[in-house]
Design a binder for this molecule. Structure first.
Ligand code: 6LW
Length: 544
């Protein structure tokens, strides 16, 4: 079956995977976003369906003090004895913790906190067949690399930690995952740091507590020597192994798709990729030892594995529409793709009962502050379009600088906002475009608005965001008025730093005062325009 990498486009780093029968579950890290640790399900490793989050309650996920790219780091997702276990780290509050669930789609437990330093915890059950497995937590303890200790999952109590390994091939050894395969214990780690030198290395031992022997040909995966000129996939690392139900082996890992030649940039964040694994002399070989490509073949021998497979993920997972959003406000709760920055003030978000509208009651906080009134979804296509119809008429009689609109946001100091405000001596209702890059902020476009709802549009290509208004009057043939454009590269990790990626979101703020005027978002649409972009390129190619 032909498949496309990344299997999870957009900001989906530090993937961890487990299999239960024929069902595959995957978790990624989520940092300052709420709810935390998005979860996905698949039956063929190619088509992934968002099924919710592991951390959906404030007491599971305190993010009040989490700066951008802090909060929840890399998770490990495992299934043991009928229970799903997720271990991760809230670097802003509490450190490592474990939550459990019988059904990953349901509510997960309260955290069991584990008092150990560092990041990237892994769980491994060493079952010697006596039905009383020893459970190990393995993590990056600090500059000395990978540490391990026995853990009591009921209480979180730890045994004496020991150092397992450090610097198998490169520096910054992290993201350990422990496996027992045919009686040999394998330790998979990430090294080189989470950018273009990133890599996956492996070591093995006859016992999980013994010194691990490093693979002489490490790393088993890296694009550090693969020029971005010829392969957009860069910075591959942080992997997790899974044996498929037909016995084949696969690695999920993170990587980026860079643009703009050298040094280039990436604004969609670190994404989740897939590659086949074979074994040679007891060592894993990823993708036949070749660099990973955007196109791959995934032929899980489903039929023979299980004659009566359980249902496929819902049919509408057609290629391009897979990650799109249409009419998200029709139900009584937002879909799994929607996130808040930090713990949300829930009374500021109102799904106007069945009218298909979302009403935001703007707080004093701006997008630069903790807990902004913001809800957004990941940008998952380079070529895409977001449109929302906003009914928002800031009250000219209140002395509050009320604003609401559509934003493309990387973090609290890197975002472009298309907002509706009242400005100028005449207090006219206007649309503005604000560009915030670090501590530089500028209103780069402004225009008067006719009365009534207005369609705010952001059209993205690999290099540019185009901000436009569409008259909400004649929706059959909307006139689009471009206000301005802005480069994608200033919302990239190479500029902003950090670990996340761009979100497309809706916001409201009173710039220091609570808004009196509710912002009613009557519709929202996010769709890929990749097929249009491809068609345009083909036309250009034929006319040259
Ligand atoms: C994560 C570490 C990493 O904890 O980046 O790329 C860190 N690898 O393993 C944050 O995502």
């Amino acid at each position: 079956m032909h498949a496309e990498n990344p299997i999870l486009p957009g900001f989906h780093p530090d993937p961890s995977i487990c299999r239960v029968g024929e069902d595959y579950f995957l978790a990624t890290s989520s940092f300052e976003y709420f709810p935390g640790v998005p979860l996905f399900h698949s039956r063929n490793l190619v088509d992934w369906e968002p099924i919710g989050h592991a951390l959906t309650r404030d007491d599971q996920l305190p993010l009040e003090t989490a700066d951008s790219s802090k909060g929840v780091f890399a998770p490990t997702l495992r299934h043991h004895d009928g229970t799903f276990y997720l271990i991760t780290t809230n670097v802003s509050a509490g450190g490592h913790f474990v939550v459990t669930a019988d059904d990953p789609r349901g509510e997960w437990s309260d955290p069991t906190w584990i008092d150990a330093p560092g990041i990237d915890p892994d769980l491994f059950w060493d079952d010697r067949g006596d039905g009383d497995p020893t459970v190990y937590v393995t993590y990056r303890g600090g500059p000395d690399g990978i540490e391990q200790a026995e853990v009591d999952l009921e209480t979180g109590a730890l045994g004496e930690p020991r150092q397992l390994c450090n610097r198998l091939e490169g520096d910054y050894t992290e993201a350990p995952h422990l496996y027992e395969i045919d009686g040999t214990y394998y330790l998979l780690v990430a090294e080189g740091g989470t950018h273009t030198k990133h890599m996956v290395s492996v070591a093995r031992a006859d016992d999980p507590t013994e010194p691990f022997e490093s693979h002489p040909d490490n790393p088993v995966l890296s694009h550090r020597n693969v020029s971005g000129m010829f392969n957009p996939i860069q910075a591959t690392g942080h992997g997790d192994l899974v044996q498929a139900h037909d016995g084949s082996w696969w690695l999920v890992f993170l990587g980026i798709r860079k643009h703009g030649g050298h040094p280039g940039w990436h604004h969609l964040g670190r994404e989740t990729f897939l590659a086949p694994v074979e074994w040679n002399e007891g060592w894993p070989v990823v993708n036949g030892g070749e660099p990973v490509e955007l196109d791959l073949e995934v032929d899980l021998d489903v039929e023979t594995a299980n004659p009566n497979p359980s249902p496929e993920p819902s049919a509408d997972l057609e290629a391009d529409s897979r990650w799109e959003t249409r009419d998200p406000f029709a139900g009584d709760e937002l879909g799994p793709e929607w996130n808040y920055r930090h713990n949300p003030e829930r009374d500021r978000y109102e799904l106007a009962d069945g009218t298909g509208a979302l009403v935001l009651h703007g707080s004093p906080a701006t997008l630069e502050d903790e807990q902004p009134t913001f809800v957004g979804r990941r940008q998952q296509h380079f070529d895409c379009l977001a449109r929302t119809r906003l009914a928002f008429d800031p009250d000219p009689d209140v002395d509050v600088d009320e604003e609401a609109g559509l934003t493309v946001l990387y973090d609290d100091s890197h975002h472009y906002d298309l907002g509706v405000v009242r400005r100028g001596d005449d207090g006219e209702r206007r649309a503005i475009v604000r560009q915030r890059v670090g501590d530089i902020e500028e209103i780069t476009a402004e225009t008067a608005l006719p009365d009534g709802p207005v369609d705010l549009v952001c059209e993205a290509t690999t290099e540019t965001y185009r901000f436009a208004l569409e008259s909400a009057v004649d929706s059959a043939k909307p006139e689009r008025e471009t206000l301005t454009t802005a480069p994608t590269k200033y919302l990239a990790t190479e500029v902003a730093g950090g670990f996340t990626g761009v979100y497309v979101g809706l916001y409201a703020t009173g710039h220091g005062e609570p808004c009196e005027t509710p912002a009613r978002f009557e519709s929202f649409e996010y769709r890929s325009t990749e097929s249009e972009a491809k068609a345009e390129v083909e036309v250009e190619a034929t006319t040259e």
